[in-house]
Ligand binder design. Sequence first.
Ligand code: FE2
Length: 225
Amino acid sequence: MYDDHNIFTFDYEFDKEELIKYYHEFANDQNVRVQYWPWIIKDGSIVKTWMDVENGWERRYLKQWPTTISDPALKNYPYIKHLLRIFDISDKAYAGFFKFAKNYQQIVHRDGGDYSDQNHAGTTAELKKNGYYETFKQHVTPEGLGGIVGLHFVLEGSDAGVRFTTTNTKEKSEDDPHYIYKSALLNVDNNHYVNTSDEERLLFKIQIYEPDYFTCVQRLKHLEL
Ligand SMILES: [Fe+2]
């Protein structure tokens, strides 16, 4: 168990099979936005793109921002509603799935800022093309994409874990702490990255935009899970 400035891990028996089922159902749901880099989705599956690379990510998120329990788009996903209730997510939050390829070396980043500024991460160009970028910019804090806190449930590839840079800079180091977890709150406003092994990694993630990490940890500790 970890409880520090980067991550708070906890035991929670979430329904992994149900969430994996939703991940697949999201692929054909009009209320869901699928983004990828550099993968493409074909017949509901991920296939490699024109680039001869092994790495990449894909995410499936509800189009409606933020995610709320009353969102009609959630009617087919009662278990997501259940999690929002159990974890008392009533602030600005956003729910979806993240998938990383095998042997993926993610850049060091902060969820709330850096992805929106780095074209090579794929997100900015895609959002600008679709006209969503300005909408996102208006809503997210501090700015850019992603939240400042992540409530994560690992569905596949849990040995990848997450690493935070020791000096909170963009430089990776052998000394970076490596946290392995199944469910956790992450301070994704700190610089972090994921290196997957020879297994894909699939995550159900609730991005939280406020309050901050330490407040979220205190709240979680007071919940009777
Ligand atoms: Fe991240």
